[in-house]
Design a protein around this ligand. Structure first.
Ligand code: NAD
Length: 295
């Protein structure tokens, strides 16, 4: 479906919302973009960079003549944003999102006065550790997966428009249930972020206790493992709390893996250690070979 949006309203004009606007502009798939956000300085950056045509800090006013509204705010902001737009959303407008946890996004819409049938939940599997409009770039979604989690109640016309929008932004589409999405993303995205935050804090505490600053000796391995610990703390707090059950399962699974390694090291079980490391290396090498390191 060839799509040309008349008025796209992006609520949360940061890395994801800004990159989507830039990609759609580049594809000539949108006529006018309004960016909504909390920070006047960030919106001014977005305007200067040509991401948006106009900005607003008034959600109700901004959405009143939209034909597509995209929520690209942290998960914890959904309830307030949905409430603010409920009275002025035009009939037939499509509402979608880019949030990292889908069950909570759907629950927030169901608890709001926004029509759940016209809400199409989406999650582009692309990002960086940087935040804000300054970090946005048009190629972010190029050839990357975007997972849609509609259900039987989702309006098919709204779904087709959201699919066309992400395709024009360069993404490859995939559908699954919100529950499946949250389980799989807990494993491959949410747990790694938690592990990176925890690892940096472990080293930080070691530094407080020891004579040397351990960060002074940290090199490539530490940099690779911890890159994502530079991500937005607010966003990751919200993701952790909004995918609590699936993430707790993954934390327990990770603790069990660490305990197995701990027991092997404590028992000088070289065979067990080697087997664990070989299995992990084989799985990672296969991932790189099959997917090039990307989903
Ligand atoms: P970001 O911090 O770059 O942008 C979020 C923007 O939302 C900011 O400009 C902030 O000022 C604004 N905002 C926050 N609360 C608001 C509110 N109540 N009303 C209006 N604006 C508000 O974050 P991002 O990386 O663009 O993430 C946006 C969403 O996309 C999040 O839900 C995140 O989980 C999801 N996501 C992020 C990534 C990633 O790697 N960064 C990838 C896929 C999906």
């Amino acid at each position: 479906m060839e799509l040309r949006l008349k008025h796209l309203v992006i609520i949360g004009t940061g890395l994801i919302g800004g990159s989507l606007a830039l990609a759609l502009r580049k594809a000539d798939a949108v006529k006018r973009v309004t960016g909504v956000g909390r920070s006047a300085a960030n919106l001014e950056t977005a305007r200067k960079r040509g991401i948006i045509d106009a900005s607003s800090q008034d959600i109700a006013d901004a959405v009143s003549d939209a034909d597509m509204v995209v929520l690209a705010v942290p998960m914890g902001a959904y309830a307030g944003v949905l409430e603010a737009m409920a009275d002025t959303l035009p009939e037939g407008v499509v509402v979608t999102d880019a949030g990292s946890t889908k069950c909570s996004a759907i629950a927030a819409v169901k608890a709001s006065r926004v029509d759940e049938h016209r809400f199409v939940p989406a999650h582009p599997i692309a990002g960086t550790e940087a935040s804000g409009a300054e970090a946005a770039f048009a190629e972010l979604f190029q050839d990357r997966l975007c997972i849609l989690t509609p259900d039987d109640e989702t309006d098919r016309g709204a779904l087709a428009r959201v699919e066309a929008m992400w395709q024009q932004a360069g993404a490859q589409l995939m559908q699954m249930s919100a529950v499946e999405h949250d389980e799989v993303l807990a494993a491959v995205s949410h747990l790694p972020h938690l592990a990176a935050f925890a690892l940096v804090n472990t080293v930080r505490h070691a530094g407080e206790a020891g004579r040397h600053d351990p960060f002074c000796f940290a090199a490539g391995g530490f940099r690779d493992f911890t890159r994502i610990a530079s991500s937005s703390p607010e966003m990751w707090r919200d993701i952790a709390l909004n995918n609590r059950h699936a993430l707790l399962d993954q934390i327990r699974a990770f603790q069990a893996e660490l305990s197995r390694l701990e027991a092997a090291i404590a028992g000088s079980d070289s065979e067990q250690l080697l087997a664990e490391f070989k299995a992990a290396k084989a799985a990672r090498d296969a991932w790189l070979a099959e997917y090039g390191g990307d989903a």
